[in-house]
Design a protein around this ligand. Sequence first.
Ligand code: AMP
Length: 207
Amino acid sequence: MLNLVLFGPPGAGKGTQSQKLIAQYNLVHLSTGDLLRAQIAQGTELGLRAKKLMDEGLLVPDEVVIGMIDHALKNNKQAAGFIFDGFPRTVPQAESLDQLLSIHDTGVSCMVALEVAEEELVKRLLERGKTSGRPDDQDETKIRKRVTVYNTETAQVAGYYAQQGKFHSLNGIGAIEDIYGQICAILDKHQPATAQDSRQATDEVKA
Ligand code: AMP
């Protein structure tokens, strides 16, 4: 299995790159932000509790997001692999992900972090907020809070994967296609040759 942790602050381009990667590599996209917003849309109790924290730019408790990932892994037993987007955001979440994946006889293949400076993130998220309908994208104070939470609580997750030799960092400012190509180059080193062959074959058909 190919299991990618796509990492970076809010607005770094994780969602955009995920969409391209799932199509190319036949992976299941697991975004805890999307899963939480689905709970909010359904009006569940979990969604209502999460919404208060999300609107403030704060993290939802670890056990909530770990439970959602556990559920999603069980529901996708046939998957060729996963892109974890916005998860793990704390070291306990990263430890739980390792445990959950080991139950399914697999593990994290690599982490790719998209690095983008705060001013660019604020600009991108305010722009996204004009169409995303997300309250947390429409208020500069909340956006900066999310970036601070990333820097103080989430950034240390990179160290967790660096210790395992799985951490890769990329400049997240540039053309979407260029960044995508760089992520593919990293993934191609990690995935089984058969899947790599299939990606190259697809590229040849496209060309
Ligand atoms: P995102 O869509 O990844 O930007 O996430 C939006 C919001 O959902 C975050 O600001 C958090 O409040 C919450 N959230 C998403 N993923 C997680 C996670 N792994 N751990 C804690 N909170 C999360």
